[in-house]
Ligand binder design. Structure first.
Ligand SMILES: Cc1cc2nc3c(=O)[nH]c(=O)nc-3n(C[C@H](O)[C@H](O)[C@H](O)COP(=O)(O)OP(=O)(O)OC[C@H]3O[C@@H](n4cnc5c(N)ncnc54)[C@H](O)[C@@H]3O)c2cc1C
Length: 482
């Protein structure tokens, strides 16, 4: 039997259910990747994501070649390309790991129907999450909308039947013993219509495994506090690896719990806090698959929240300042510049810049969501949409509508010495610690001493936080009265 494994967001050999099943069931296994032109043309993802993906694919192609199989790739419309390829190689069965984005679900359904119509069998697997939406339901059988309830059930399910990761197949079926396959040339990022950007997080399965070990050997043991401090390397930075599947989340949970079981100086609280974040990831995945309408608008609360500012010159000016990191609020600006320079932003700062855009600038959250999708190396519809809706108070389980982060207090609390700010906003490098969180309060002599003239070297605040906050709350109160 000849099987095609259609690879998508699962660019790994370890714990790769579709590949493992194909190797167990077929005499010959052919790995395939399709560069989907309509998706590439839509430009919903940006160059950081595409650069990361192409680099991961190159590593995977090398690993497959070492296993004796060349990765095959096609470019065009996924439906035509997959069906044509399967007919060309006369495959009997096609294997893939399931996707939960609305567009992915539709795509897979169409391909499945077309293959079945040609008498080709289809086998699909769970790989992107530990538990799929249908596996974790409330007592009435409905999807859970509250994270805390979801988390409780997630753990109950884990303890009831702990799923184990699969080993990488030692050899791909159909490969000649001891022979490497020829290395294939993949399209470049430029061929795909994007620009290669320097990658600040190293791509590939091997690096994902190395990074996981590094994280579990050190930073995870102070994660509960370290995860809030943007100036330190306190989080795993595995998000693009989970996004493109160079690391399976099941492997990550096992490895984390394994360090607990092994004993030694391990902090249970910190480890479990980290696994909580992985459960948040799954929570948003299941929200997207159970309520696909969130991809195109608010889940709730649209009419109970202050209306965003109308389009116009002021909107353009405020939005541009936010995107460029020129708001006059150092933590917001450091975050946006970190995003623009590296394709990644610290989670605490993502929350602050999101609150600032929505509540201080009163710009609709969808503009921030789109900008993040373009810039992030880990851009993921479920996590991005879920978190933006959380910040906007329109999600299933959200930040309370009238909680507004004060960017100066957040900065004092989580970047007390301003180390993160100084790294990404170099014009503030010499500003003393007691002024770094609100440099516009410096007197002229202080500005001269710090080599930073407000309004010339660094902007004055584009809105007054206190006034913006009061206005937002007043607008909210008017809605409650109506
Ligand atoms: C406005 C906003 C937009 C976001 N957009 C994305 C996005 O497009 N893609 C993305 O992967 N994450 C997104 N996040 C979540 C979070 O910021 C990143 O996952 C995290 O910063 C990645 O860094 P890390 O790998 O070091 O995380 P760690 O702290 O090491 O966490 C481990 C993993 O858990 C998952 N995770 C952590 N926090 C969250 C969270 N709040 N929601 C969902 N999953 C989480 C990620 O897969 C992460 O790699 C967003 C958060 C906010 C506030």
């Amino acid at each position: 039997m000849r099987g095609v494994v259609w690879l998508r967001r699962d660019l790994r050999l370890q714990d790769q259910p579709a590949l493992t099943a194909a190797c167990a069931e077929c005499d010959e296994v052919i790995p395939l990747f399709v560069f989907d032109d309509p998706i590439l043309r839509a430009q919903q993802l940006g160059s950081p994501c595409v650069t990361f993906m192409v680099s991961c694919l190159a590593e995977l192609a090398g690993a497959l070649a070492d296993h004796g199989r060349a990765l095959q790739w096609r470019r065009g419309n996924y439906l035509e390309e997959v069906v044509r390829f399967v007919a060309d190689v006369k495959a009997d069965v096609v294997y893939w790991n399931r996707d939960y984005e609305p567009v992915g679900i539709l795509r897979d359904r169409k391909v499945q129907q077309a293959l079945i119509a040609q008498n080709v069998a289809v086998r699909t697997f769970k790989a992107h999450v530990v538990f799929e939406a249908e596996e974790i339901r409330g007592s009435t059988g409905n999807p859970l909308q509250r994270y805390s309830a979801y988390r409780t059930r997630w753990w109950a399910k884990w303890h009831a039947a702990t799923p184990s990761p699969l080993l990488a197949p030692s050899k791909l079926r159909g490969a000649r013993a001891g022979a490497s396959a020829p290395r294939i040339a993949l399209p470049t990022v430029e061929d795909l219509g994007y620009q290669t950007v320097p990658l600040w997080i190293t791509p590939g399965e091997q690096e994902a495994q190395r990074r996981l070990r590094w994280f579990l050997d050190g930073p995870v043991h102070s994660y509960a506090t370290g995860r809030n401090l943007p100036a330190i390397d306190g989080t795993s930075k595995l998000s693009p690896h989970f996004r493109f599947g160079t690391l399976s989340v099941r492997t990550a949970v096992h490895a984390a719990l394994g360090t607990l079981a092994a004993g030694g100086p391990v902090s249970r609280r910190d480890l479990l806090t980290w696994i909580d974040e992985l459960i948040w990831r799954e929570f948003f995945q299941q929200i997207l698959s159970a309520f696909p309408q969130v991809a195109s608008g608010p889940f709730r609360g649209k009419d109970a929240l202050p209306r965003p500012r109308p389009a116009g010159a002021k909107w353009n000016r405020l939005y541009a300042a936010w995107c460029e990191g020129q708001t006059g609020y150092p933590l917001v600006d450091a975050g946006m510049r970190q995003l623009n320079q590296t394709g990644w932003m610290h989670n605490r700062v993502r929350m602050v810049v999101a609150s600032f855009l929505i509540k201080d600038l009163r710009i609709e959250w969808q503009s921030g969501e789109r900008y993040f999708m373009q810039q992030l190396i880990d851009a993921d519809l479920a996590a991005n949409n879920g978190n933006w809706q959380w910040a906007a108070a329109t999600g299933t389980d959200s930040m309370p509508g009238y909680r507004i982060f004060n960017p100066m207090l957040q900065s004092k609390k989580f970047d007390p010495e301003g180390a993160y700010i100084r790294q990404y906003v170099p014009e503030l490098a010499a500003v003393p610690m007691d002024r770094i969180h609100a440099p516009h309060l410096m007197r002229p002599d202080e500005q001269a001493l710090a080599g930073c003239r407000i309004g010339r070297n660094y902007p004055a605040p584009i809105v007054d936080h206190q006034q913006a906050r009061d206005e937002y709350l007043a607008l909210g109160k008017q809605l409650v009265r109506k």
